[in-house]
Design a protein around this ligand. Sequence first.
Ligand code: SD4
Length: 333
Amino acid sequence: MAAGRGGGRRGVTVALLLLAALTPAGAASAAALPVVINTWAFRTAAETAWRVLESGGSELDAVERGCGQCEIDQCDGSVGYGGSPDESGETTLDAMIMDGNTMEVGAVADLRRVKNAIGVARKVIEYTKHTLLVGESASLFAVRMGFPYEDLTTQKSLSLYSEWLNQNCQPNYWKNVVPDSSKSCGPYKRREEVTYREEHTSSQRSVHNHDTIGMVVIGVSGTVASGTSTNGAIHKLPGRVGDSPIAGAGSYADSTAGGAAATGDGDIMMRFLPSYQAVEYMRMGTDPTVACQKVISRIQKYAPKFFGAIICANITGSYGMYFVLQTKFLDPN
Ligand code: SD4
């Protein structure tokens, strides 16, 4: 297991394995705003968001365009179309966006055949009184909003899917079923006897199959916006929704405190609302890196083997991150 922290305050541009951050070069320490941070080293996403702010766009615009850039770039294959095929080979998308001034949230989950998931999430805020739309109905809403229906399957996602089938559908997310899901493909039936074993606390995800973008933007006035976009967990059961589109789990923004966004094993992380919790710690004056660390430690108490990271920024422009990785998955390079 590896764990780590990182953070910053002013005048820096850093790109670490798990965090890309942009703040004003040469800014005075008390005024390190605006700040754009996102999970992973998705620098083009941070730069896109930064340019939106520079050209007078809002924080929400910056988050939408920044995360949208990752959807176009298919960042690490884990954002946007053509990645993480589910058990039936289809790519589906989860995304959310949050306005820290009004506390409005727009989110879509299990979105099918529409590429710009965070764009659709934004439309949920602008054109409905709802917060979260899911599945086929979310796609119909997207089409009404003018988004094109497109096939999200690519050569890459097809080959990931056929490799998985050739490996007897390993790994997968089933348990307590027959035939034994750790050895064979389905279709599965439930086993009469249910055992509660380690699966509850161990993660089958790794740094290689999990790279959601989560972004926090804080403008010069202290307005906070946040968002996420992902194609979720590879080989998930159709219908599975992760943490990314859930407010307080995938991300959270509150212009009276700060913002946070998470990446990692969403099935575990969403149970703890880590982004909400981190923002509440920052509201109480906790340093962003410590806030990030505290929420990860809390999850670890219940799920010692989980894999995840969180980024945190407060409204003075301080930011930080904390992560836990399974060392066996760490790339020696
Ligand atoms: C999920 N949390 O769907 C997302 C995936 C992710 O880094 O974050 N990958 O579980």
